[in-house]
Design a protein. Structure first.
Length: 322
């Protein structure tokens, strides 16, 4: 598509089995005070009735909602499919279980134009039954280079906090789909590597729902590996943007999550993730002598490792009960 509506904001929304929340999320888009908004929803093979809800809402709001249907191949492929159907010169992202303040897009758009800037971002707040930290999170004052280093160290800001000009996301060819659980992080870093002009809106305009079991069908070991791959590739391709970090700190940021998450998975009895993470940590992380028993055990074949963990758990339980 070569020509975009110069005032239109296209909101990209992936949807997979979001029947309890998608109507409220769509309402959050349709109620925006900014007058020129289209919503492109990609249903990613839902089986819970989400598609029926989407079709009803599209019929109730003709011309405002575009529906795209695909088989279940993931949220980032869904976002890319939505981008291919978007007509606006500005792009925003909202998941099917999140929300905005009614003036969120108007405030972000005004910040973009006043800059002028390429990306506007705002504060956010967690909500939902699994939200343990509901304190407002406000964006720090950073330029693009500082923001890249900040996100590299602390992780990404939620995607529904940003509004960007369409050419920027087109230059990146949308989302990479190689590391499916960390592609929001990957997109942020690739955006910031282009040194865009940033506009900060220091107020909470976006809300992100926290679920009891984030990640869904993607195992925890894969999520950690994906995040490490994104950090590693960014450091390799843009060493200038991580130059303020010492080599030791850089290695720590890239690989230390392996050991931390391995222990978490071990205590949650996620033996498959624990084994894979301990194995990778043996080669990549800075471990200590006390970690060695876990690291060596992880070298066992999966069934033997699982049996060993079960045996130790039973012995520990018997000891405490005795």
């Amino acid at each position: 598509m070569d020509h975009f509506d110069p005032t239109l904001i296209s909101v990209v929304m992936p949807c997979y089995n979001a029947a309890p929340t998608v109507e409220a999320a769509i309402g959050s888009v349709l109620e925006q005070s900014y007058p020129h908004v289209e919503l492109v929803v990609v249903d990613d093979g839902s089986t819970d009735g989400s598609a029926d809800i989407l079709q009803r809402l599209a019929a109730d709001h003709p011309g405002r909602i575009t529906l795209v249907f695909q088989s279940h191949i993931g949220p980032f492929a869904a976002r890319n499919a939505a981008l291919a159907h978007a007509h606006g010169n500005f792009i925003a992202f909202l998941d099917a279980d999140d929300a905005w303040q009614p003036d969120a897009l108007a405030r972000l758009h005004a910040a973009l134009e006043a800059g002028p800037a390429d990306i506007a971002w705002c504060g956010w707040q967690a909500f939902g039954i699994a939200a343990t930290d509901t304190e407002p999170q406000l964006p720090p004052e950073l330029d693009a280079a500082d923001a890249a280093a900040h996100f590299f160290e602390h992780g990404p800001w939620p995607l529904n906090c940003l509004l960007m000009r369409r050419p920027l996301v087109d230059d990146l060819r949308g989302f990479s789909e190689r590391a499916p659980s960390a592609m929001d992080f990957d997109l942020w870093l690739r955006l910031l590597a282009h040194q865009p002009r940033l506009a900060r809106v220091p107020e909470v305009l976006a809300f992100r729902r926290q679920h009891p079991h984030p990640g869904g069908r993607i195992p925890r070991w894969r999520q950690v590996f994906d995040t490490i791959a994104v950090r590693r590739d960014f450091a390799h391709h843009r060493p200038d943007l991580v130059a303020r970090l010492t080599p030791a700190r850089l290695n720590e940021l890239i690989h230390d999550p392996l050991l931390r998450e391995a222990y978490r998975c071990h205590w949650r009895n996620d033996t498959e993730s624990a084994r894979r993470l301990f194995r990778r940590a043996f080669r990549k992380a800075n471990w200590k002598a006390g970690d060695l028993k876990h690291l060596v055990a992880s070298l066992l074949p999966a069934p033997l490792y699982r049996n060993l963990v079960d045996f130790i758990t039973r012995r520990r339980s018997a000891h405490f009960q005795g």
